[in-house]
Structure formats: C-alpha cells, structure tokens
Design a binder for this molecule. Structure first.
Ligand code: NOJ
Length: 765
C-alpha cells in the first residue's frame, strides 16, 4: 500500500497529539468537521459530485441499469460508493484504486443488501419478526455485520421497516409485518445489531433505513405503486418505525420508489427535509433506491437534469446507479437550478459517513481475508441461525397433538419445496451460497441421522404454469420441472408414502414468489400443490403441512382439512435442521404471527388495529344487513396478528391493574400470571394492547403497546408486569401534536390480538 498523503496523516494524528480520547463525542465531531472542511477545500466541483455517485459492481443487480466504466471512474474521483461487490479481496482491489490512484485518495464506501444475514443466512425478516425476540434479532444483525464487515463491506441496505398490511405485496417478506409498535422495536434492535457502539469498529456496518417512506402501502399491493395517505395515518401508523431506527442512530436512509400524495419520495422535500431532518434531527445521509431519480421521469416530473436537481434540493445526497447527479448537476449549477451549497451539503454528509466508519484512518480496515475465513459461516453463527429459524416458525394448527412426532419409524417428505436448498435462504439473500445450502430433506437427514427414515418425492411442480414457475424461481432458485402428467407424478408420490407412518408435505411458495417485484393477486398455495395435498390427505395417514411462504397466505381450505400446519417462512441456511428440531420436539415452537392471515384475499388489507366504523359488526356475528361486513366471508381473519400455538398450553390468570385511574407522569401497572399447564417447557409471548375509547380523532380498536417473551417449565407460573405511562397513550392529533388525551382507556392482555382479557382505566390531568 502507498503512503497516505501528508495532510491526511497530519489530520488523523491531531487528536493523538493533543491527547483527546477518541470517544469524546464533541471533540470527535470537531475533528471530523475540521478534517472535512480541509478536504472539501481541495475538492473540485467534479470531485464533489463524484462523491454523490453510487454504482453497482454488477455482481448483483436489482434493476435494469448496470454501471459501466467503474475502474476508470474510480480513478477519476467520480465514484463515492460501490455496492454489490463482495469478498475482501475484490473490495480491497477497488479500494486500492481509490486511495492510490485518485487525485484526493478519498476512500470508497462499500454497501450491500445484507438483509437477513451475509453468508450465514437467518430467517427472512418477516420470519424473524415472528420470534418477537429482540435480543435474538439484534444478535442476528450483529452476526451479519461481523461476517459482512470481515469481507470488506461497511454499509448495509437494512433494516427495511416498511409497515405492510397487504399480503399481495411481495416485499412484505422483507419487513416486520403490519404492526407499528413491533416494527419499531425491531427497527431499533437491527440498527443496534449492525452498528454496535462504534461505527468505526472493524466489525460493524452502517445501517440504511429503508424505504423512506410508506413503500409498504403501495396501492393494490402492486410493487412500486402509488401511496396516497392521510398525515394522520402516516404519523400514527407508518412513520414510527423509520423514526425509531433514526433515534437508534441509523447512519443512512434510503428513499422509496413510490409516489406519496403526489410527490414521489425521491423528490419529496417535505419528507426528506422537513420530517427527516427538521422534525427528527437526522444527521446522516440519504441515498436513493436503484435508479429512483431516473424513474422520476416516468413519474412525470421532468427530464433527467430536472429530476436530478429536484432530488438534490429535496434532500437526497447519493444517487444509486442512475448517474443523474454525475451527468447533470454541473449543468444545473451553471444554470442556477441548484446552488453550490446543495452540492456541498450532500458531499459533506457522504464524507462524514466515511469518516464515522473510520475509512480515512484505514480504508482497508474492513478487508481482512483471514478474518473472513474465520467468521463466514462459522459454527457459532450457524448455531444461532438454527436457533433463530426454530424461533421464527409459527405453529398454526396441531389437532390431536399430532406434533411433536416421535423420533422413530419412516416419514414421507413430499412436495416441491422438500429438496430445494437454493430456496431455503428466502428472498433477498444475495450473498447466500445457494448451491451449498442444505435442502429441507438434507437438513432433516443431518439432524435426525438414522433415528428416522425419510423417503422423499417431489409430488408436484411448484406451479402448473411453466411461465409463472420461471418467474417464481429466478436468481438461481430453480426447482426442477417434472414434465409428466400431474396424475402420474402424484401417483408415484402416493406409492412412496404407502409404507410410511406420517406424511410431511413441504408446500407453499418458492422464495422468489415474495420479495421485490413479486406481488400476487392469489395468495393461496398454488392449486397444483393443493391438489397434491388433497390426495395425500386421502391416504388417511397423518399429514403435517410444513409451509414455506414470504407472506401471509390464505389457508382456509388447508386449515379445514390438514391436522397440523407449521409455518416455516424461509428459515435461512439451517432451515432443514430447525424444522426437524421442531417437528420432532427438540424445540417447542413459540413464533407468533407479525401479520394477519386473512381467510380470503378479498379481505386485504386486513389488520387487527383497524378503526371501528360507525356500523361495526357485533362481536361473533358473520353478517348483519347495514353493518360493515361482506356477504360471502366473515370479517374475521383466519389467524389473527400475534397468533401462534405451542406444544404446551398456557393459562392466563385474571389480569389486574395497579389502579383504575392514573395521572400524567405516573405509571399504571398491568399484571397477569401465566402458567404452563401442559407437558412441555415452552415460550409464550404475552401481549399488551390498548384502546383509547374516546378521543378527538378516531383511534384503532386495539394497538400493541408491549410484549414479554417468557419461558416456563411444565407447571411453572410467572407474573408478568407491564408499565403503562402517558407516553403509551399518545397519538398524533389533527394538528399533528403528539398528545395523550385524558379519558377512559381499555387495556387488553392475551396470547394474541384476538384472545384477550380487558380492563378499563382512566388517564386524568
Ligand atoms: C432495490 C431495492 O428496492 C432496495 O431495497 C435495495 O436495497 C436496492 N435495490 C439495492 O439492491
């Protein structure tokens, strides 16, 4: 490596010379400020604009455009960041070009979609959310950071905190589901996991909260589609998780693709400047999503020059892949459409991020081949992945205690998802080693050894339609197609099942049936698989459905016919072993749904925290004329938010309140005793909901305000306590003030959002 320039050495040793401890925040900020001031004084306009340019190395592309001339652009100082480049070696080589061959030797920031793990893949985010285990979620993000940072990366495009209540939207798989409170707690946990206490540490990544904002509310669940939403709903329901991530210190924010109330997010000054910076005090940088500036042309906001200027002025600092900033900002400056201060602001914020990451001190601190060898897929990480997968699974049905199975005899493992390793990591696992990920069959065989004999058959194709199947198995996730007639394939599978004790049907979605640009209008198990399932049930053998999905599915028929259903989402690298752990009783399932499962797609959006309407349906009713309901399906979900069974049973004692009336500044306690009344040790997520009964604006019928995950041995009890303060009762009123209005409230405690007890209390002045 070449010696760094003299000014750089000088600036870096100033703190040491004057004896300042590096953790002294204020001094550190002053040092950063001086350092960047000096650096920017030497930068040409082109070099400043270069810092705003994020290119893809083309290893992974998530849009149509691909960056070209990467090498020469680095040398010319035209690139501030690179994403989708992996491996310490390649990243080192690219960084060397920047720090040894560009005029000012400014290091590059290296980003990637490290969404639910880097090489060790954890369950998809929706699955992780189902664990309701914040320590676990934080640990998974920590491990992802340790692995990715050893491999040269310093920036992740995660967490994705978009609330979504529309299961048709494929990207619901990448977030934490429908709930504002749960989503906010997860957002914080993930930021803490990635960033640790010190962004400059060799094993942390800068987080990038996305997609700002409201991406999950796309109309009709169609990806990239328009969002039109009241401010009231935004502030109360959709914005809090982004804010929670910012409050937890997230260093960067990514814009969303969608139009929000007439102004696409990437050009939305109100959102990026007024809300994000002025109201929330965000001081990191904003990057666009993939070519999102260029897409403003199709949104109808002008040509590339116009939309690039608009985005910069609105509050974007870095342009992902589209090169609108690189190719037009200079002209816009000359024509007075942007000013130098706009460019300086953006350049400074990008440089500050690099400074905070310690890249000026040591541009190669994240590239360590030896560390990478030691960290990637190391046994401790894999053990955590197995634990996380087990905790993400949700037991949806278990009639007659069919599960857990005994570790003996022969099982038939049947279905198109039974032997496809490449689908186990789930969507958006761009760095996963797909070829070496064990399939469900392989993982189960490893976990069970010779104790259980497993016979396997594919049973059916993933989808009857070849074209649909091709779309649903992109990015190396192909599932072999059996070209024979359906009846012939099923007959062969039934033959295999004949001599077995139990059938495990591995059915559902492939990993690419959810994720980006994977919206569906029919959110059931594909009918070719359903027909297989019906035939398996006809054998009269016990059938366990192991469900793979990246979204809530409509399982009305399955619920009516299959005795046991375990929702495994996509569990990551260790899916197979984790499924064996749960099916055969080594792990007692404890996952709870982070999103409502509807009975029918026509009910979507269906979520527990809805408003009441002026004509609510009476409890327990299906249809009443002139009430808010449907003629053909009841209003109920198939499985409510927060729902999930266990091999054991939990009895809730009567909930009590410390008082039925409390003052602002005081605290009210809610208590409930929970007892494990079954025969297995198990974990339960005790949930607290609140309803504001009378307010100046309408309030949801229930809102999650707290939860505790407890572990109890058979016969053991625990008294769970929740504190309710004024803060928990606050909401944004019509003037967007965050207030708690005195009056009557209901508190609910229970095992899911439907099955709860209720007690009333008052907040008084
Ligand atoms: C597009 C996706 O919307 C975003 O989530 C991702 O981070 C970028 N592409 C980069 O891959």
């Amino acid at each position: 490596m070449k010696t760094p320039p003299q000014w750089l050495i000088f600036v870096c040793i100033i703190p040491l010379l004057i004896g300042v401890h590096p953790v002294n925040g204020q001094q550190r900020n002053r040092d950063m400020d001086n350092f960047i001031k000096e650096l920017m004084a030497q930068m040409t306009l082109d070099e400043k604009i270069g810092q705003l340019n994020l290119v893809t190395a083309g290893e992974v592309t998530t849009g149509e455009a691909v960056s070209t001339d990467v090498e020469s652009n680095i040398k010319e100082g035209k690139i501030g960041g690179i994403f989708s480049m992996t491996s310490a070696q390649r990243i080192r080589a690219a960084q060397e070009l920047a720090v040894n061959h560009s005029r000012l030797k400014i290091p590059i920031i290296f980003g990637l979609d490290v969404i639910h793990g880097y090489k060790t893949i954890f369950p998809i985010p929706l699955g992780l959310a189902a664990s309701w285990d914040m320590d676990l979620i934080q640990e998974t993000a920590r491990i992802a950071a340790i692995e990715a940072a050893a491999d040269g990366l310093n920036w992740t495009f995660s967490p994705m905190v978009d609330i979504s209540r529309d299961a048709r939207w494929g990207r619901i798989s990448e977030g934490s589901g429908e709930d504002t409170y749960l989503g906010s707690r997860i957002a914080e946990a993930m930021v803490r996991g990635y960033q640790g206490d010190d962004l400059a540490a060799y094993n942390t990544l800068m987080a990038c909260v996305k997609h700002f904002a409201l991406y999950g509310a796309a109309e009709a669940g169609r990806d990239y589609n328009t969002t039109d939403m009241s401010l009231h709903r935004m502030y109360n329901e959709y914005l809090p998780p982004y804010k929670a991530a910012i409050d937890a210190g997230a260093g960067s924010v990514m814009t969303s693709f969608n139009d929000i109330n007439g102004i696409p997010a990437t050009a939305n000054q109100w959102l990026m400047t007024d809300v994000l910076r002025k109201q929330w005090g965000f001081n990191g940088f904003v990057v666009t999503d993939y070519t999102a500036i260029n897409e403003l042309i199709d949104h109808g906001l002008g040509d590339l020059q116009a939309v690039s200027a608009l985005s910069l002025k609105a509050g974007v600092e870095m342009d992902m892949v589209g090169e609108g900033f690189l190719t037009t900002l200079k002209k816009s400056l000359e024509e007075g459409k942007v000013n130098e201060a706009d460019i300086n602001r953006a350049c400074r914020l990008v440089l500050e991020a690099k400074y905070k990451l310690g890249l000026f001190e040591d541009p190669f601190r994240y590239c360590d081949e030896a560390r990478a060898q030691q960290e990637l897929l190391n046994p401790t990480h894999l053990a955590k992945a197995r634990e996380a997968a087990g905790k993400s699974f949700v037991l949806l049905k278990n009639e007659g205690q069919l599960l857990p199975l005994k570790k003996q005899g022969t099982v038939a493992l049947i279905g198109p998802l039974a032997n496809t390793g490449s689908n186990m990591p789930g969507t958006w696992s761009v760095s996963a080693d797909l070829e070496n990920t064990p399939s469900l069959l392989e993982g189960m065989q490893t976990a069970l050894g010779s104790q259980v004999k497993i016979l396997h058959h594919q049973g059916s194709n993933l989808l009857a339609d070849t074209v649909y199947q091709d779309r649903a198995t992109m990015f190396g996730r192909a599932i072999p197609r059996d070209k024979r007639p359906e009846a012939e394939i099923i007959a062969e599978a039934l033959e295999i099942a004949k001599g077995t004790d139990v059938i495990i049907a591995a059915l559902g979605e492939s990993s690419e049936m959810s994720g980006e640009s994977s919206s569906r209008t029919d959110i059931g198990i594909p009918d070719v698989q359903q027909r297989l399932l019906a035939k398996l049930l006809e054998t009269g053998k016990p059938v366990v459905l192991v469900l793979f999905t990246g979204r809530p599915l409509t399982l009305t028929w399955e619920h009516g016919h299959v005795p046991a259903i375990l929702n495994a989402w996509f569990g990551g690298t260790e899916t197979g072993k984790a499924v064996a752990d749960v099916l055969f009783g080594d792990v007692n399932p404890s996952g709870k749904l982070p999103a409502t499962f509807p009975q029918h797609v026509g009910q979507v959006p269906l979520y527990y925290s809805h408003k009441n309407t002026g004509r609510p349906l009476a409890e327990g009713q299906w249809f009443q004329k002139f009430r808010s309901n449907y003629l053909d399906v009841s209003n109920d979900p198939l499985y409510p938010f927060g729902y999930g069974l266990s091999y054991t049973t939990f009895a809730y004692g009567e909930m009590t309140l410390s008082t039925d009336s409390f003052k602002k500044n005081d605290t009210l306690q809610v208590y409930v005793e929970v007892t494990n009344t079954g025969n297995h040790e198990g974990e339960e997520v005790v949930q607290l909901y609140i309803r504001d009964l009378v307010a100046s604006v309408t309030r949801p019928v229930k809102e999650l305000k707290g939860f505790r995950k407890i572990r109890l041995k058979p016969g053991e009890s625990q008294r769970v306590a929740f504190d309710i303060t004024e803060e928990d009762l606050k909401f944004y009123n019509t003037s967007l003030e965050h207030v708690a209005e005195p009056g009557e409230f209901a508190a609910f405690v229970g095992t899911n959002s439907r099955d709860v007890q209720e007690k009333r209390f008052f907040l008084v002045e």
